[in-house]
Every structure is written in structure tokens, then in C-alpha cells.
Design a protein around this ligand. Sequence first.
Ligand code: DGL
Length: 271
Amino acid sequence: MPDNRPIGIFDSGIGGLTIARSVSELMPDEQILFFGDTAHLPYGDKSAEAIKSYVKRIAEFFVDNDCKLILLACNSASAAAYPMLQKLHSGKVPVLNVIDPNVEYVCRKKYNTVGIIGTKATITSRAYNRKFATAAPDLIVKSIATPLLAPMIEEGFFNNNISQTVVNSYLSNKKLSGIEALVLACTHYPLIKPEIEKYFATLHTKVEVIDSTDVISEYTRKQLNIHRMLADKDRVPEHLFCVSDFTASFQKTTNIFYGEAVKLKHVPIWG
Ligand code: DGL
């Protein structure tokens, strides 16, 4: 039986629209209910306890709206809240995080040394390190927090000299020396993939930059298939894009992340 209920996709802001876009391109029959918690953005400098409480409430919103699956399209939320959320909704609605697909991908590529960049919340949680320690115990993992990158991108600074300078400054950190691949562990970072690739190209260093959007949407399709939840073929679903706080600036930047302008609906779940 096809399952035409929506997929709930969540991010701290509208950066997660990069994932929503990739999911809709890979699975055009699937309906998306997107929620960006713009009232609490950025999550990267919040405590794990705060992030857990936000994510718990947003998952309720998805359940109330009959979502068949919840995708935490935010590394910071995945790192802080995934185990709690999975336990809470176990047997009711499948919950996916964005860390597992990245870890799976890196393990398949059999790298010896991998770098990770992400928010402070993601990096200090050591969620990636723990997963890699189990899945690939010999892998050397080098990670640094790059807290300026998400706000910089949200402000529209990418593909210019300022973003290149900030990227160069972070990536020249000695802690990242010798990496063969770099995981962009933040759903905002696909926007600055060209600057990151340019940095390594200038050094004549071969480093695979893993922006993970496609890896995550493929993983989502695989999970929908496993749970026998794929939608009917050849339907034209109507997506809904919600935010907990609405500003003209959020509305204006949707096209940056989604590739086209989408209308944001203000859903003030925090009262
Ligand atoms: N998109 C979030 C992530 O993937 C980062 C943005 C934020 O700090 O809220 O980690």
C-alpha cells in the first residue's frame, strides 16, 4: 500500500531547505512538511538540553500533522536530540538523523583520515567520533568547530571574497592536516562547497568534500522503502514550508537554500 502522508523535515532555520530540495528532486512524488525553528536559530551555540526541548516539541508538530517519517535535517539537532527522539517515538514514527548517512558514506569509501567541520554543538557533542569509533575503529577523525560559517551563510555571504577568507582561515587549522575527505556536518555548508573546494585546489591537495545532501536524501529513500512507506507514483504533492518566527529576510533567502523561492508559513508553536 503506498503511503501518501508527508515527510517531516526539520532544521534550526532554513538551511535545511538544502535537504528538502534534494529529497524532492530524488522523490518527486513525496510530500514534504518542512519546519524551520527560526525562533531559536542558531542551534549551534545552544546547550544540548535546550536543543532537546525544541526538537521534542517540533516532533509533536510533525506527529500532529500525520507525518509518516521525521528527518532531522540538522546536524546540531541530530547530535543533541536524536537518541532521545528515537526512543520517544519508537514503534510510532521512524526518526532519521543526518549523522548516520554521512558515517555510512565515509565508511564505504574506506578512508584512513577524515575531517569534520560543523557547529560548536555538533563538534563538542562528539557524536560523529562515537559513531566512527564503532563503525570504523581505525579511522582517524579530525574535527573542528566552525561557528561563523552558518550565520555567515544565513546573511548571504557566500561565493565572495569574505566567505573565501573565512573558509581559508578555518581550513588552514593544523588540526585538519592530512585529511582525505571533509564532511560538511552542517546543512548550511553546501552553499560554500565551492569555496572549500577552491581552498584545497589552491593547495593542490586532493580532498573529497562531502556536502551530504544527496547522501541524506538517498538514505531517506532507502528508509522509506524499508518501512514500506513510499508514496504513489506520478502525483504532484503540495509541499508546506513552516517557520516558528517569520521575517522578510528569512522569506527572501529561501531561494538561496531551496533553489527557488518558496512561501514560508508562520506557525508560532512557541506561543
Ligand atoms: N543547520 C544546522 C546544522 O546542520 C546549523 C545551523 C545552526 O547553528 O542552527 O547543524
